[in-house]
Ligand binder design. Structure first.
Ligand code: CP
Ligand code: NVA
Length: 330
């Protein structure tokens, strides 16, 4: 039977604006305690195990999660697609019941989003979405933490400054595929008062149902959400510019078609500046990055904060795990 009452982080709408803000703040505090003060965590996860059930490859999410769990004194058990029967040779229902009976939490990277929903339905322990074809909620936590750090006024510390005060009214532009990262951005940004504009090629728009939810979020929070096809329209007045690969994991066979369809969507300094982005524009990318979506002159420029963003995967995932497994819920 389905298990109810267990808190999970499956989509970005599982987080209220306050929970989102608290996680960003808590992540900044963990980073400060670990890196500046050199404090140990007190090992609140001692004796506890978290299973990392990943059916796709990962660098950042895996390293972030394993190191976060180690910092909290717990054990991370990596279960890749070659290791366990994740949807192969055994039902997800049975796998979820068995694994959750022995561990304290699960971080799951899956193909179809319905797979993580099934895992969550039968799990007796919290599950965090480590990426599905529709959402990547923990990625956006790192993006927002990075922006919070970048927009915290000099003389103040991010861990004592409210993220709502630094992020409100910033305008983020997405140029590229209507994929899982865009979906998660669209849902989360309104909750911190940020505006989003997007340009995707025809046929590569975001999922219509998720767009509707995002429009609702934007309406509730009084933020702008603008949908375009022409990159120049999305880039106008942008403070932060973001893209991602044009070929997500699982779409490898569409590569040729996609490269052709995305012609004109490569981010270059010229395109961004000719489109009227704000003078102080900044660049983010979840990584892994390919040259086709963004040129080196943007990606490796001082305006790019992609490596800070990648490191912040650790601190935000740490804050999430602490919230779900130590504080027992959001
Ligand atoms: N950004 C991100 O999720 O990277 P990985 O796929 O390497 O985990
Ligand atoms: N859109 C990409 C994100 C990788 C972190 C993918 O799903 O492969």
């Amino acid at each position: 039977p389905a298990v109810s009452g267990v808190p999970h982080l499956l989509t970005d709408n599982d987080l209220s604006p306050k929970q989102l803000s608290d996680i960003i703040q808590s992540a900044c505090l963990f980073k400060h305690q670990a890196k500046v003060l050199g404090q140990p965590s007190g090992a609140p996860l001692a004796g506890k195990t978290m299973a990392l059930m990943f059916s796709k490859r990962s660098t950042r999410t895996r390293v972030a999660t394993e190191t976060a769990i180690a910092y909290l004194g717990g054990h991370a058990m990596f279960l890749g697609s070659q290791d366990i029967q994740l949807g192969v040779n055994e039902s997800l229902l049975d796998t979820s019941k068995v694994v959750s009976s022995m561990v304290d939490g699960i971080m799951a990277r899956v193909g179809a989003h319905s797979e993580i929903e099934t895992l969550a339905k039968y799990s007796t322990v919290p599950i965090i979405n480590a990426l599905s074809d529709l959402y990547h909620p923990t990625q956006i936590l790192a993006d927002l933490m990075t922006l919070h750090e970048l927009y915290t006024p000099s003389g103040s510390d991010p861990h004592t400054t409210a993220p709502t005060s630094t992020l409100k009214n910033l305008r983020l532009a997405w140029v590229g595929d209507g994929n899982n990262i865009l979906h998660s951005l669209m849902l989360q940004l309104p909750k911190v008062g940020m505006h989003i504009t997007m340009a995707t090629p025809k046929g590569y728009e975001p999922n219509a149902e998720i767009l509707k939810q995002a429009q609702k979020n934007a309406q509730v929070h009084g933020t702008d959400l603008e949908v375009y096809h022409d990159p120049k329209d999305a880039l106008r007045n942008a403070d932060i510019i973001v893209t991602d690969t044009w070929i997500s994991m699982g779409q490898e066979e569409e590569k040729k078609q996609r490269i052709a369809s995305f012609a004109g969507y490569q981010l270059t300094t010229d395109l961004i500046e000719q489109s009227g982005a704000n003078a102080d524009w900044k660049f983010l990318h979840c990584l892994p990055r390919k040259q086709e979506e963004v040129t080196d002159d943007v990606f490796y420029s001082p305006r790019s904060h992609v490596f800070q963003e990648a490191e912040n995967r650790k601190w935000t995932i740490l804050a999430c795990i602490n919230q779900l497994l130590v504080k027992k819920g959001f």
